[in-house]
Design a protein around this ligand. Structure first.
Ligand code: CMX
Length: 440
């Protein structure tokens, strides 16, 4: 692993000392007030976590270590002849806090290539599941089977010192990221390609090799995977997949157990599974209307119908964002560059012209704009990846980069077990009557 591990440790030690000083001086400073309504509404707006890898501004969208998506597309190293960032570079940035050089990224690629071997018993475990099992379930089962390989779990059982937690976590994180594309591709080929598996190509970068193992030879699709893996990697710490990984990791559950928890959260339709729901919803709409290019009026009618049936419009809305998601915009730019005449993409863009006005007229909806999931499926489908139940697995492989980089930071900064206080409504009533305290 060598120099990346050393650089990470040096940065982490420096930050740990800074945090100690910050807390010594300012530890008692209040950071906003919690309203009663917030504890009944998913803790929305409560600042309660520190995540070093990225920060989400409601108006601007995500920044990774201060860099916006267009800036990353400009600054991160690319594949030979390519124009999209290599996700290895984003991982390095999130981990070390500095933009990587070409050599740093090549190093990450070769480290992940070297560590990518998946033991056969993991595939055997997946094979024990019915093929009909949802790909996200197969993915989590694969990660759980791989847990047997955990360095952290093994060293903990041997009595590892607290000061070495970060080191064992780091090793597990590198192994996991290296192996996830192989597991994901295995599930795809098993479920949709009759078990006709494709061996890894050791000459390709992490995302390029993933595209190759899925069975997509097109260089443009590899470029899409590099962009896809980069923009889906992280969205600060409070989203369900990031928070679940961090929460479970705080119990010193090893990175395999922690990531599996995060992936189970990603598999929810209000979170990552929305990417499959978007394509399903669009295809159902086209089927019902009887056209592969519905007009904006037809789309508006279908949107109203969906809402009247008590369902959400998938791909729209966000718990934090209050504008069009820059990850949506990045994908739209990719679509306009490579496939401007694709009818499904035109429909995605027509939906974008139609939905915000309708959702914006409903007072309770705080954000009528599209999120990342509103666009991703249409790009995948363009290249033939039509099996939309698989889409959340792609999101999961990408999201591992952010949540596992964060797990390294959690361990290096000695983050304690997470344990917020909860109350009962009975207790809240007593508090309102002045008969009891809400304890901090
Ligand atoms: N369509 C219909 N209704 C919506 C809506 C949408 N796209 N977005 C929000 N609403 C509704 C909510 O369901 C909620 O209704 P109730 O009070 O009746 O329960 C109300 O508007 C208020 O919600 P909100 O405060 O605006 O949004 P939340 O922070 O509670 O939820 C999110 C955010 C993403 C779960 C929600 O916008 C949603 O369900 N969107 C559709 C699913 C989706 O695209 N999820 C992917 C998000 C990105 C990701 O994590 O991958």
């Amino acid at each position: 692993m060598g120099f990346v591990k050393d650089r990470f440790k040096a940065k982490a030690d420096k930050l740990a000392a800074e945090i100690k000083d910050i807390l010594k001086e300012n530890g008692d400073k209040p950071i906003g007030q919690v309203k009663l309504s917030q504890i009944y509404t998913g803790m929305r707006g409560i600042t309660g976590l520190v995540t070093e890898t990225s920060l989400l501004d409601p108006q601007e969208g995500i920044r990774f270590r201060g860099y916006s998506i267009p800036q990353l597309q400009e600054s991160l190293p690319k594949a030979n002849g390519g124009s999209e960032p290599l996700p290895e570079g984003l991982f390095y940035l999130m981990l070390v806090g500095e933009l990587p050089t070409e050599e740093d990224v090549q190093h990450m690629t070769s480290v992940w290539q070297r560590r990518s071997h998946v033991p056969n018993y993991v595939f055997d475990t997946i094979e024990a599941l019915p093929v009909s099992t949802h790909p996200m379930t197969q993915f989590v089962v694969g990660i759980m089977a791989l847990q047997n390989e955990s360095t952290f779990a093994q060293r903990y059982a041997e009595g590892m010192s607290k000061k070495d937690y970060w080191d064992a976590t780091f090793d597990d994180v590198m192994d996991l990221i290296a192996r996830l594309p192989r597991i994901a591709a295995y599930i795809y080929r098993r479920k949709y390609k009759g078990g006709n598996h494709i061996q890894p190509n050791g000459l390709l970068d992490w995302a390029g090799n993933f595209a190759h193992m899925l069975g997509y030879k097109d260089e443009e699709f590899r470029e899409l995977m590099r962009l896809y893996m980069t923009i889906h990697a992280d969205h600060e710490g409070g989203n369900v997949s990031a928070h679940a990984t961090h929460l479970v990791g705080s119990a010193l559950s090893d990175p395999y157990l922690s990531l599996a928890a995060g992936m189970n959260g990603l598999a929810g339709p209000l979170h990552g599974l929305a990417n499959q729901e978007v394509i399903k919803w669009i295809l159902e709409m086209e089927n019902e209307i009887g056209s592969d290019l519905p007009t904006k009026e037809q789309i508006a009618d279908y949107v109203r119908k969906t809402l009247s049936e008590g369902k959400v419009i998938p791909g729209y809305g966000h718990a934090v964002l209050r504008k069009t998601d820059p990850r949506f915009e990045a994908q739209m730019r990719f679509g306009k560059k490579h496939m401007p005449d694709d009818k499904l993409l035109q429909t995605v863009w027509n939906i974008y012209d139609t939905v915000p006005e309708i959702l914006g007229s409903i007072a309770k909806i705080k954000n009528p704009w599209p999120n990342v999931d509103a666009h991703s499926g249409a790009l995948l489908l363009h290249y033939g990846l039509k099996e939309y139940e698989f889409y959340t697995v792609l999101f999961g492989v990408a999201r591992s980069l952010g949540v596992l980089a964060t797990l390294c930071w959690d361990r290096a900064l000695g983050m304690p077990i997470e344990r917020p206080k909860s109350v009962t409504t009975e207790h809240v009533k007593l508090w309102l009557q002045g008969k009891d305290e809400i304890w901090g």
